[in-house]
Design a protein around this ligand. Structure first.
Ligand code: DI6
Ligand code: FE
Length: 397
């Protein structure tokens, strides 16, 4: 047990946000108590203390949307886009996701792990304690499951909690170009059964877009996920409005992600279902997208907003959760409090995790200690990491 004293605590909880909280009691892997030192319960009076010296303490940060496991890179396509090719043109010419598929299929588990760890370490170095990792660059059962095994190993070899997502419905592989239904049956659904049986899948996702899967195809995949008891989420309305978010919310989705082209039907359905809006400014920035997500309408409808890196080799080669927060503010005009809530409490909700993202009794003792005096500094600075220390499961790491 340890008493963290003389801290400036941002609980990220609505009820306690304005309370004076300068003391946190950590007992094992959980938070036992948080409040004003003057109110410290007697049983904790003699526990070992650590003076936080007035630093800001937040919940450990949560990156709720990444494709951080993949083979190779897409720097050449980056150059092609700078010479005028569009993301969709490159994808339709067999590049884009399929380029990463070739590299990922060829790579061993060890190679994928060694390529992903430097990216994961960068996020951990910025205070991330929970990380979502998707499949989606294998597009055959063996390769998709290989990706999720690597994701699980990342959580074993690093002090970070990994949540995995089945994203076989990311793109149609070359061998199924003329057999969409066959791919969905023989790979997306059959592989979901196998991955679920092996304990490799925590949620199911899909790319609902003109260059990927239709709303009806995703609805069928989600029906199967629900039959397996798996929660769902969706890449929706990124490049056009196919009304994917409305379908996902109708399936009780944890989140709908991207949302640049989200319309009133999707917003209403998300508000009704409690589906989290996960905004991905790294992809918006990289693609130089002009269409902004409907931030004001989401706020007015009471849809909770999360932020994530969408770390992937094509549209968001980004491994900074702090820069993601700055982009959320600068590009999407989110307030600093919305940005911090987006990578703590709302990031946890986008993953269906109720035991983290806030500093409250019973929550996981995942904390980030910052050399700043005000939370706004975390989304204000560009390319500066003020992390002082990270506590994961009650341990300084
Ligand atoms: N939308 C995206 O921006 C990423 N996946 C998706 O569904 C792109 C992934 C890539 O280009 O490799
Ligand atoms: Fe993504």
């Amino acid at each position: 047990m340890q008493v963290l004293s003389n801290a400036k605590v941002a609980t990220m909880d609505e009820q306690t946000a304005t309370s004076h909280i300068d003391t946190i009691v950590v007992d094992g892997e959980v938070i036992a108590w948080a409040g004003d030192a003057a109110d410290l319960p007697a049983p904790y009076a003699d526990a070992p203390r650590r003076n936080i010296e007035g630093r800001l303490v937040t919940p450990g940060l949560i990156d709720c949307h990444t494709h951080i496991v993949y083979g190779g890179d897409r720097a050449r396509e980056f150059a092609m886009r700078l010479e005028g090719a569009s993301y969709e043109e490159i994808a339709r010419a067999g590049g884009g996701i399929l380029s990463s598929v070739r590299n990922t299929r060829e790579a061993s588990e060890e190679e994928l792990l060694s390529q992903a760890l430097p990216r994961v370490d960068t996020l951990i170095g910025e205070g991330v304690t929970t990380l979502e990792i998707k499949s989606g660059y294998g597009l055959d059962i063996a390769s998709e499951l290989k990706m999720l095994r690597v994701a699980r190993r990342i959580g074993e070899v690093r002090p970070v909690h990994v949540v995995t997502t089945w994203l076989a419905a990311h793109a149609l592989p070359p061998e199924f170009q003329n057999d969409r239904a066959g791919y969905i049956d023989k790979v997306v659904i059959a592989g979901m059964d196998q991955g679920r049986a092996e304990g490799l899948i925590d949620a199911v996702d899909g790319f609902c877009e003109g260059i990927a899967f239709t709303v009806d195809e995703m609805a069928r995949i989600f029906d199967h996920a629900k039959a397996l008891g798996l929660p769902v989420k969706l890449h929706a309305e990124q490049l056009s409005d196919l009304h994917g978010a409305a379908m996902a919310a109708g399936h009780g989705a944890l989140s709908a992600d991207h949302l640049e082209y989200l319309g009133a039907d999707g917003i209403a359905a998300m508000a009704k279902a409690g589906t989290i809006a996960v905004l991905l400014p790294g992809a918006f920035y990289t693609l130089r997208e002009k269409q902004q997500p409907p931030i004001h309408a989401l706020r007015d409808a009471g849809v909770a907003i999360a932020l994530a890196t969408d770390s992937n080799p094509g549209t968001s080669p980004l491994t900074s959760i702090l820069l993601t927060m700055n982009m959320g503010a600068t590009l999407f005009r989110l307030t600093p409090d919305e940005c911090l809530r987006g990578v703590t409490r709302n990031g946890a909700r986008a993953l269906g995790l109720a035991d983290r993202g806030v500093i409250l009794p019973g929550a996981r003792a995942d904390l980030a200690i910052w050399d700043v005096r005000h939370p706004a500094e975390l989304s204000y600075r560009i390319g500066f990491n003020p992390l002082h220390a990270r506590i994961f499961g009650g341990q300084y790491v």
